[in-house]
Write a protein that binds this ligand. Structure first.
Ligand code: HEM
Length: 161
């Protein structure tokens, strides 16, 4: 991936999507603690992820994951954001987390947010637009995080030659 603009073009992420996500920020902030509580309860409930989580400080992890949650709605979707997502991907490769669990975790995030939207946006068109913007930003995050895993795989191929 060369630039954030390419990524936005591929996902059809528009200025309207950006505005919708920014406008959602106050509601997301109100539910940030509940999000990180549920996210971590889930991950600490799986043996494969608990083993990795236990190597880090619980409070620090909570802060990192809840900051990431809020960064979905900060509106600064530029190349710094792209680099930030790449770094996040590499951080998980480094701790030995199987990419499968990144997908699993993103699925939880998706359900959390889509439910929050459904509960708070009675207007069908508004709800649909925000759901679509949310799906795009989550898929863009997942895309870049998975790319970090592919990069690491490629490195291994070259090193083993
Ligand atoms: C660190 C996001 C899933 C375990 C982080 C950081 C972010 C993040 C932003 C901080 C990275 C940094 O600044 O260096 C996410 C997202 C996920 C996800 C977006 C998927 C939706 C998971 C899962 C686990 C996990 C499933 C399960 C073990 C960790 C650990 C760290 C971390 C152990 C600390 C790494 C370190 O100490 O350098 N995560 N995470 N994450 N995450 Fe996640």
């Amino acid at each position: 991936m060369t630039s954030m603009q390419d990524l936005k073009d591929h996902y059809g992420f528009t200025d309207d999507d950006e505005e919708l996500l920014k406008a959602f920020q106050p509601l997301a902030a109100q539910h940030k603690e509940r999000f990180s509580g549920e996210f971590h309860n889930y991950l600490y409930g799986l043996p494969e992820t608990t083993a990795i989580l236990n190597t880090s400080n619980r409070q620090r992890l909570l802060e990192m994951h809840s900051n990431w949650f809020m960064s979905l709605f900060n509106g600064a979707y530029d190349n710094n954001y792209l680099n930030h997502l790449t770094r996040i991907g590499h951080a998980h490769v480094k701790v030995g987390l199987n990419v499968h669990f990144v997908n699993v975790a993103m699925n939880r995030v998706r359900h959390f947010l889509l439910n929050l939207i459904d509960e708070n946006y009675p207007d069908r068109d508004e709800r649909r637009a925000l759901r679509e913007a949310t799906e795009k930003i989550l898929d863009m995050n997942l895309d870049i995080m998975s790319a970090s895993y592919r990069e690491e795989e490629l490195k291994k191929v070259f090193v083993s030659r």
